[in-house]
Write a protein of this length. Structure first.
Length: 604
């Protein structure tokens, strides 16, 4: 081949760079085809560059071995060759490509599946500069959210060959949302967005984020729209003020900062994410009544199939499969709390509690109501009585409304359901036989109740004001009251003898019961959790580490190591999280403002 021909072949290189050897070798064969043109040549270059990648054990290309040229220019070759749609279904390509180059090419996709992937990529791009595992997990979550199920499933398959994900999204049911792009992700709440330009005219946004209102502890600046980091000092700022955030309605994602650009509307929120919406798109998605979930609990059926028993605000009690969007209605109850228990040798049982004063027990697998318990009337707690107009008869006594429920197995193998009433009574029933085991008066109000196990003893732990009140699960007798030193308790959960508490100052406290529950050790200082925390659920990882899962209205689920208080995982759900429930296999059920989702903490 003469020098003139070689120079002509090199001219097919993009980005001012020469074609690498693999791409260069593909040009002559492509040009030799009848009626060959630029489209055929670029398609051949694309195939050659992909074929030059190392292979994973299953034969899939290992994109972590992609050259700098391929990362920066493969998308451009694919567009010119008309084969971008094919590459869009390969998660390795999406994770390896330079975000700016791929974002510029996304409008060229044709098929509906590739368009859904493009939507997912735009949503996840701010997280794709992270390490491979976390970036892949974020991309899978975005794919589930946008309906790119084939991509999400392939990420799960490839992760088994290339090192695994820290967490995965098993399934997600959410409302449709206007396509948009994430630009940057910061720790804390975004307080300010400023616009500027580089010397070459490239638009830039600066975001300031921090932990409190108006307190900026982290700043960064990124190019628009690709979100490439920009060094400080090289930007000419258009203004030193941003637009005030819009008023938030109850079911909307909160917006804490806003700025207008020719590319669209920039919005920042309490999850620390800066998003770019086309035009003046409304980022809000109303919640559906059927998907509004007061509580959920995990259960394992015969054969090892895992489900989440979920209370819905429309009165349905559903058993949702952890691996697929399959649900079986097991009953009806206007319940606000749920718990599951597996008696020795018996089927998995679900217990629900409602403000109607009833606690219901269901056989989860059979979808059958077994027992209905009714609380007796109870006197109001001191200082909580109701005023009645003169001459009017006071209303008749009603059953005590229930606010929380839990269940556990005693040392002698009895499955006991425990419900906490609004008027300070702790009710207990045998979940298998239906026997009423009596009630215990707390002498004050309680927030929630969970079962624990300490030195072989089954306990019920009640969070009340600033104290943990411990009762024997079998007898209902008080064991101890442990002052926590926190603000009033908002939520608590347990794993064996470890108790995790979140108070109203958004602090996570870690404690361990000992000596049968009569003593309590505090495990280090409290950990600050994000504001507007919703829900707390505890369990163990595959390596037996105890963890707590929290969800917040800022749209993030976090996983905390209860041995040291450190955050292990950050799951950017991008929806108001109303509820979290952790199952024994590491699956996390999330009740969202606009739907439902199941995630799983992966081993390792």
């Amino acid at each position: 081949m003469d020098d003139t021909s070689m120079a002509g072949h090199r001219s097919y290189g993009l980005g001012g760079a020469d074609l690498p050897p693999a791409g260069l070798a593909a040009v002559p064969a492509a040009l030799a085809q009848p009626d060959a043109g630029d489209r055929e040549v670029h398609a051949a270059i694309t195939d050659a560059l992909v074929g030059a990648l190392p292979a994973l054990p299953g034969g899939e290309p290992d994109w972590r071995g992609a050259t700098a040229y391929a990362r920066a220019n493969l998308a451009g070759h694919a567009v010119r060759g008309g084969v971008l749609d094919r590459l869009m279904l390969d998660p390795g390509f999406l994770l390896a490509a330079e975000p700016g180059a791929l974002l510029a090419a996304l409008d060229a996709v044709v098929s509906a599946e590739a368009a859904a992937v493009a939507h997912a990529y735009r949503r996840a791009v701010a997280y794709l500069r992270d390490d491979w595992g976390r970036a892949a997990a974020a991309l899978q979550l975005a794919a589930r959210r946008t309906g790119a199920e084939q991509l999400a499933d392939r990420i799960g398959y490839l992760s088994d060959q290339s090192g695994g994900l820290p967490w995965s999204t098993r399934w997600m049911l959410v409302g449709e949302e206007e396509p948009h792009q994430t630009v940057a992700a910061l720790p804390g709440t975004v307080h300010q967005l400023l616009l500027g330009r580089l010397p070459d005219g490239t638009p830039v946004v600066q975001a300031a984020a921090g932990s409190g209102v108006g307190r900026a502890s982290v700043r960064g600046q990124w190019t628009l729209p690709d979100g490439a980091p920009v060094a400080a000092g090289s930007v000419r700022w258009d203004s030193d003020e941003d637009d005030p955030p819009p008023r938030r309605r109850g079911w909307e994602r909160e917006v804490t900062a806003r700025a207008w650009t020719p590319l669209g509307t920039l919005r920042g929120g309490p999850d620390g994410v800066v998003r770019l919406w086309p035009g003046a798109a409304d980022p809000s998605t109303p919640a559906g009544e059927a998907f509004s979930t007061p509580d959920a609990a995990g259960a394992v059926l015969a054969g090892g199939r895992g489900v989440f028993v979920v209370c819905h605000r429309n009165g349905a009690i559903g058993a949702w499969d952890r691996e697929a969007t399959e649900v079986v209605k097991i009953g009806e109850h206007s319940a606000i709390a749920a718990a599951c228990v597996s008696p020795p040798g018996g089927p998995a049982l679900a217990v629900t509690a409602g403000q109607d004063g009833r606690a219901l027990v269901f056989d989860v697998a059979a979808g059958r109501l077994l027992h209905t318990f009714q609380t007796p009337p109870a006197d109001p707690l001191p200082g909580t009585g109701a005023y009645h107009l003169p001459g009017r008869e006071p209303p008749q006594d009603r059953p005590e409304s229930l606010r929380a429920v839990t269940a556990g197995v005693t040392a002698d193998g009895r499955a006991v359901a425990v419900a906490l009433g609004f008027r300070g009574w702790l009710h207990r029933w045998d979940a298998v036989t239906g026997e009423d085991l009596g009630r215990t008066f707390l002498g004050r109000g309680g927030e929630t109740v969970r079962t624990a196990r300490c030195d072989g003893r089954a306990l019920a732990v009640v969070g009340s004001w600033r104290d943990l009140m411990v009762f024997d699960l079998a007898s209902g007798e008080p064991v101890a009251v442990h002052p926590l030193g926190a603000e009033s308790i908002r939520s608590l959960d347990t794993v064996d003898a470890i108790v995790a508490v979140v108070d109203h100052k958004e602090k996570l406290y870690r404690c361990r019961l000992r000596d049968g529950g009569t003593a309590l050790d505090v495990l280090g200082g409290p950990t600050a959790v994000p504001r507007y925390n919703k829900g707390l659920s505890c369990g163990r990882l595959a390596d037996a580490r105890p963890v707590a899962v929290t969800g917040s209205e800022s749209g993030v689920i976090r996983v905390w190591d209860l041995t040291n208080g450190r955050m292990l995982h950050h799951i950017p759900v991008e929806d108001v999280v109303k509820l979290v429930a952790l199952a024994d296999d590491g699956s996390i059920f999330a009740g969202l403002s606009g739907g439902l989702a199941v995630f799983r903490l992966e081993p390792g």
